[in-house]
Design a protein around this ligand. Structure first.
Ligand code: ADP
Length: 396
């Protein structure tokens, strides 16, 4: 009676492995009717492949002293009447009664537990899948956000750059205006003084002085003219209106003119060494630009060198290229400023007390490059500079 109310299956087996008792739960577990199992061999409840092993195990149980071989919670497979294998947990309790030995087997159906395990496993798998999905979604969102942040940062930087450029441009404009005003003021007052003085020397003896003052006036007017030409050049270059004219011309003629002009502004004891090998040389280039560039380079060499120094002017001619070198023994260009020398309005920190606009080199570099040439320099502070200008030559 007691065995019928219990939720586990109970089987009692004698020494010959015959089933002598089976409760309702047992019958139900294995799919048999009431009393159908009685007298049957236990092996009918065991899958074929496990029978041999079980037989040995069962023998062991009987050989041992009763009570010594209690076995708890062993998981194994049972055989249902319909042939299905069912997972079971089995506990064995050997006992003896009236000299006969028996084994009481308590059986727990694990299929429910297995089923639950499976469900839990299934749920876990789904959960993991969801977590993986959400993690991926999060990663994607983070990636999108990162891209967005990067895009905004770039946009912000662009705006900052534009603002910075705008500021620099404003600074440059202000600087330029004050430079130009200053540049005009000095020659104009030089001209005024010289012109006033010229008027005072009206006798024959004053001729020498008169000439000196007239030379000053011419020099200063030339300087003003150069500044204005530079200024207009910028405008033309920027609007792409500059027109170049390639033609044959005498190199020595241009060089002589340039040096003649430069001589006007030489300082005391300064000397320009003429290029040697250019007589009768005809080249095909833009005469105006060659003259402009050489004037600029020579004027700088004079301006940025002290008295009693020499300026070497050399020309190298090859079949398709002409190279000019203008070398001075002047103040040179500080290393840190060298990379900016061709920037518009840039002036090195060691020339700030000398007049100038920082435009000339920028303009001639643009012209030279427009003509397919190249301009560069080497310089050492307090030792001197050498500017090199190369221009391609068409066949004459
Ligand atoms: P500017 O002479 O009117 O300042 P340039 O464009 O001709 O302008 O020259 C730019 C700068 O390059 C000068 O301000 C000066 O700092 C430097 N520079 C050019 N030529 C020389 C030179 N021969 N020796 C030293 N510095 C030079």
């Amino acid at each position: 009676m007691l065995s019928e109310s219990i939720s586990q299956g109970i089987l009692v087996v004698n020494e010959r492995q015959e089933i002598v008792a089976s409760n309702q739960r047992s019958n139900q577990l294995f799919g048999y009717d009431k009393d159908e199992l009685l007298g049957q061999q236990l092996s009918i409840l065991i899958p074929n492949e496990k029978r041999e092993k079980h037989r040995k195990l069962a023998e062991g149980v009987y050989w041992e002293d009763v009570g010594m071989r209690e076995m708890k919670g062993r998981n194994l497979l049972g055989l249902h009447k319909n042939g299905d294998q069912i997972p079971l947990q089995v506990g064995l309790s050997p006992f003896s009664l009236y000299g006969n030995k028996y084994v009481l087997t308590l059986i727990e159906d694990l299929s429910m537990i297995k089923e639950k395990d499976n469900q839990i496993y299934e749920l876990n798998t789904q959960l993991e899948k969801k977590i993986r999905l959400r993690t991926q979604e999060l990663r994607d969102t983070v990636a999108i956000l990162k891209r967005e942040v990067k895009r905004r940062k770039e946009a912000e930087n662009k705006i900052k750059d534009a603002l910075q450029r705008e500021r620099e441009l404003n600074d440059l404009k202000t600087k330029f205006l004050s430079l130009v005003s200053h540049e005009f003021k000095t020659p104009l007052s030089g001209i005024l003084t010289a012109a006033t003085l010229v008027g005072k020397y009206n006798t024959e003896e004053g001729q020498g002085k008169r000439e000196k003052h007239l030379k000053t006036i011419i020099g200063e007017v030339r300087r003003l003219n150069t500044i204005l030409t530079d200024f207009l050049s910028i405008e033309r270059l920027e609007q792409g209106k500059e027109v170049y004219r390639l033609a044959d011309f005498s190199l020595s003629k241009v060089v002589n003119e340039v040096i003649y002009d430069a001589n006007m502004i030489l300082k005391d004891g300064q000397k320009i060494n003429y290029p040697q090998n250019i007589d009768d040389t005809i080249i095909n280039q833009d005469e105006r630009i060659v003259g402009l560039a050489l004037t600029n380079l020579l004027h700088n060499a004079i301006k940025y060198s002290p008295e009693d120094t020499e300026i070497d002017f050399r020309v190298n001619l090859s079949e398709n290229k002409i190279t000019f070198h203008i070398k001075d023994q002047g103040i040179g260009i500080p290393k840190a400023d060298q990379k900016h020398i061709f920037d518009r309005y840039f002036r090195a920190e060691n020339v700030l007390l000398t007049q100038g606009t920082g435009i000339g080199l920028n303009i001639i570099k643009t012209h030279i490059e427009n003509l397919g040439g190249n301009i560069y320099f080497k310089s050492k502070e307090n030792a001197g500079s050498v500017f090199t200008m190369e221009l391609p030559l068409a066949k004459t």
